[in-house]
Design a protein around this ligand. Sequence first.
Ligand code: RUQ
Ligand code: CUA
Length: 685
Amino acid sequence: MSDQAFKHLRITRRGVVKSAAAAGAVGAVASFSILGPGGETAAQSEVERIAQERGLTPDDVNAALKTYVPSGKWDEYLIFASGGHSGQVLVFGVPSMRLLKVIGVFTPEPWQGYGFSDDTKAILAEGMLDGKPLTWADTHHPGLSETNGEYDGQWLFINDKAHARLAVIDLRDFETKQIVKNPHIISNHGGAFVTPNTDYIIDGSQYAVPFGWEYAPLSDFKEKYRGVMTFWKFNRDNGRIDSEQSFSIEIPPYFQDLADAGKGPSDGWMFSNSFNTEMSTGGIMEGKPPLEAGASLHDMDYMSVINWRKAAEVVANGGAEEIKGMQMIPMATAVKEGVLFQVPEPKSPHGVDVTPDGKYIVVAGKLDPHVTIYSFEKIQNAIAAGNFETDEFGVPILPFDACMEAQVELGLGPLHTQFDNAGFAYTSLFLDSAIARWKVGGEGVEGGWALVDKIPVNYNVGHLTAVEGDTVSPQGKFLVGLNKWAIDRFYPVGPLHPQNFQLIDIAVGADQPMRLLYDAPVGIGEPHYAQTIRAEKIQAWTVYPEVGWDTVNQQKSPIAVEPGKEGVVRDGNKVTINMTSVRSHLTPDIIELQEGDEVTWHITNIEKAQDATHGFAVPGANVNLSIEPGEATSLSFVADRPGTYPFYCTEFCSALHLEMMGYMLVNPAGGGEKKDDEKKDDEKD
Ligand code: RUQ
Ligand code: CUA
């Protein structure tokens, strides 16, 4: 950068950085008042020197000032992002884009001990498929719990597309508490999306299969294959999904895609895209068109419009059947009861997003350069008018023209839409590698339903997340593009590139361009969706409320070990160890076992200090626990190989951390050294 270019950067007396290109766009920073020779401030010349040395432009310096969070200061927002195939959730701070946490969800996470203690093993076991453990997941869409359509910071849900599972994470300790497996479908996509008070978590199928993914030949596709929309009932009192109160609705065997719940005037309803209304099943080698061609023949696919509140009544009144152990409303019942409708939408749709006021539904079609906006009121009028056409399954199709409010041409490959607090919507353009900003229209809005700005992103953006941008009260300020490709953005680390989260400034004037602020490489992919919440809404514990805490049920644990009550209890070959951990010892620290003993090991971390976590490893037993301050946990195993096992703490917790260990001795069956007191017992006999 030339000196000339850098003259545009000014630090004024009030400490506002300005450039000719972005005058006044950056807020006040610390006040610089030391005047150097020639009237410029010392700080200014220092900033100029660093910028020149590093080749930074004034825009770069602005972006740095907008995103830098000094040591000890906290980020204002948190992003909860899918961890993709890892089956985890990633938590980032905004605007720093620092990674704060990785939450083990569908797969074991050794640092957190998730999937190694008895209780977290049991959580993972809930998500087994026909009793078989799964060691990966295709996590797509995190959904924060809502109260009156606003994030309430209490719970987080996420789906596993590959196996149609849903998980519940408690935001008091950022740990997974439950996994449910959908008994009706093998893969999902339209989840996890919550209704405005988190009564239900929506979980829509993706690829049609027979119920319970039973076998049926593809020639029976229309008769036996089905789509499913599942509504998981969430019980806030115990923080668990209640499968007994949950239900599915049978829908045609189109491939359902993303979904969203209505809000405000459209509360009680939900919307889901579908593609492949052609019901193509591929068959490249059989002389048929490949699935993607077969599934793109029609100009229009269908959006499913579902009255979930009515559906819940139908279930309560006995209108559902139990299939594969869970309630299902038959398609004919759903039609007869006015639960299920369809509206044509431009072909191969992907994202569906309800506007913050709940009046409109925005659909983006991958193969159509427009977003199509439907009016909920018009949909209701079309339903009231009756006299529908139906598809071949008898499901009503409402007239497109009667329901459509507007179409806005944005660019190529529109996918997903978020909203801000200034009346704008933001839609990702996958093929254009850009994000479009457009004005939401409607009654009394001037210049609505119009494209206003586009910003290039790097590259192939999928979802995007704005601060609380899918709630009733979006906060504006920042937008993050979740880019699938990074290509040249980072130093090469091999052919599998990081994903690229790009932070974008949308707190710009209505007629100002959006500005790219920061590229954050994400090395755990593929993250699909993410949600951004005001950090202050989450009041997580820094230590567990009481020593001896059961972290799964969030209450005092019956197996908590109190200091002074440690010991080993033997009952035949069943051995129970009651252990405490505290800096820097484990009590007891010598464990004598016999080969074949069934061991239950209870450990309580009796610390109360923040961050005084002790790990716990037993080599050979495939165990690593993370026992946070106050936590009481257990592990079980069979001591099936005689030997000498040093167990130890796996967190560098104190100066004497390396000494925080003990010996587990497994005596061979029918032999081995007897202990002194056992010898004495023998002598008595
Ligand atoms: S979907 S971008 Cu689940 Cu759009 Cu991935
Ligand atoms: Cu406890 Cu190291």
